[in-house]
Design a binder for this molecule. Sequence first.
Ligand code: A2P
Length: 339
Amino acid sequence: MSKKFTVAVAGATGAVGQTMIRVLEERDFPIERIVFLASERSEGRKLSFRGETVRVKKLDHDSFEGVSIALFSAGGGTSQAYAPSAARAGAVVIDNSSAWRMDPDVPLVVPEVNPHAVAGYRTKGIIANPNCSTIQMVVALKPLYDCSRIRRIVVSTYQAVSGTGQKAIQELKNQVRAWADNQKMESDVYPHRIAFNCLPHIDAFQDNGYTKEEMKMVNETRKILEDPEIQVSATAVRVPVFYGHSEAVNVEFEKAVSASRARELLSGAPGVKVVDDPFRNLYPLAIDAEGKDATLVGRIREDISQPNGLDLWVVADNIRKGAATNAVQIAELLADQYL
Ligand code: A2P
């Protein structure tokens, strides 16, 4: 009989937690028992799993008895506070927050890119799931990096509101409704109106003028590709899209990679779907990525401003590949090869 696991989802009521639960069902993860955890506010709430009703429990330091894998998506502070308790209880934590990503004793894993790094979980009992924008970018870049080292990346993101959580999804819906009804639009989650607007501001500003989100793309890309020399400059923008982050990525290689070679490499790459027939209006769209796990890559073209450059347009569902699916894929690697 194949092995089955007790799995906990911390943040089970949230935008990512809910999708983690659906992805565990869809991929038929070998589960013996499932535990749903959230804040006190959700205690006793009923959620369904494989047709059964499971009650949400309040996340506590003693929530992890008998748990083998704990998927966390309940914010950075919660992960900081509770992941060590889960690990002490014997669970391997797969954490979707940014709390542990840059800890040298915590692996940062994208299964298509650096699956071998999972082995590093043994030190702290924690594996970090990277930032959503970083995941889709490295999935698209790794096959090209293996052909020629990348020197520099300049990326602009167009990020969906679901990345901020349920409240932000509701805020965009409310504003669109208010706009259509000629009513005043309220902003609580974001510092400005998000409906029919673009905000060049994701997460807190740093002393160097970049935001934390932008610096995550710099530091996490280096860690995942295991290349501290890669230069990355990112501009992260929140746009009024519900699901699916889009990215304009400009890459400078050590040796030239032609657009046709890139298309060929990406066509056979794990987790990638090339959508690139611009004369037939075919290119990656957030609305096509929504609900799917593939990272869509298109608009592949040689950069006319430099000899070794390529431009790409990269789109993925930020809640699925950018968070829940990547976490469940890590759990699958763990279950298959380590536990
Ligand atoms: P709750 O629904 O009880 O507030 P989102 O990113 O969509 O806002 O979801 C955040 C998730 O993290 C929710 O499941 C939320 O639970 C959970 N969460 C937030 N703060 C805590 C906390 N202090 N303890 C446990 N779960 C928390």
